[in-house]
Design a binder for this molecule. Sequence first.
Ligand code: URA
Length: 435
Amino acid sequence: VRAYDIIRKKRDGGALTEAEIRWVLRGFTAGDVPDYQMAALAMAIFLRGMTSVELGIWTDAMIHSGRVMDLSRIPAKKVDKHSTGGVGDKVSLPLAPLVAACGVPVPMISGRGLGHTGGTLDKLEAIPGFDVRLDPEAYARTVAEVGLCLIGQTDDLCPADRKLYALRDVTATVESIPLIASSIMSKKLAEGIDALVLDVKTGSGAFMKTAELSRELARTMVGIGEAMGRRVVAYITDMDQPLGRAVGNALETAESIATLHGQGPADLVEVTLTLGAEMLVLGEVAADVGEGRRRLQAAMDDGTAFDRFRRMVVAQGGDGGVIDDPGRLPQAEATVDVPAPSGGIVRAIQTEAIGVAALVLGAGRETQESIIDPAVGLIVHKKVGDTVAPGEPLVTLHVNDRTKLSDAEARIIEAYEIGESAPAPRPLIVERIAA
Ligand code: URA
């Protein structure tokens, strides 16, 4: 086999064989297939796509490029959730303990913020002491004992994806549905799970801005799951405005704790219950999503979900006292309101700009080396459809570095479209896609 022939075959629209796919990914991971040949192949895949058969083999080869977590000693069905990312999307924090409290173990390997979107690991690290770098043994033990564990990707998990993602990032080959789908699914299926719920975000704060692209990505990932013998259900959910009110790491962690106490914003609660109910069905502890929702609601109401969250935090080195008193989470020095320049009804929010405003304040990374400030971010007061008076606060910024203030303020003002008439309503849960 020669890398040259594989690239040429894909360039000309051919389908690669199992032997070709496994050879090229093994060689790339080992360093025998150089970056320039893999980059050319990635571009050929970007332009020509992959068949569902190729995609199943490709994903399997990525999974087996490294360690596959073994959670077989935990007898229950293990179920995880993955979101394609958004602004204010802190669903994993309340969701994982809720589902675990209902008897379905949740092993969750999460990511950091990417571009304008936040990352679960960054939010958890706002809790003093919280360690996202457990070794595989501690990870498995925590899932077994507490019912959930949230960690970052280890070096030996899907190394082919790590290398390929870095190449794609600099060769304009990120936005390829088969490459995105196999990248996400390989990492999730290496976690040791039996089933997966996907939250594919759509709208101005998502990577997939249109429902069509979101649907295609969701279908592709569900298809990969099916090819790998795992049950995968995808939901397309709205990201045309921030989810909940908090954007920024400690602020989102505090909102997640409030949600576990039954005091969460309605949209965040709805997405959490929708995805969680599906996880309980996949985990075979609820007969249908109606029963799933009732059980989740009960775990929220009686405090058992909060208790799971607290136990997980303590098991991972975090300060449980901070979970009991979220006022002890990192706090910014100043809060600054951004007033509405005119009155009317909020017609739309350019959600990516809201994410970038939080990033500019220090909640996200400008470069790979940037250090996140857990305390900063913003609270959204006015959402789509809300009435606003001139000068009323749209958003409150939580600020440490005042030199960033005017940039963030300008982005907020720019992001809000305020008009005379109410916008057409958009569903929060857009579509469910299953095999
Ligand atoms: N997230 C991933 O993990 N992989 C991609 O390719 C895109 C987003």
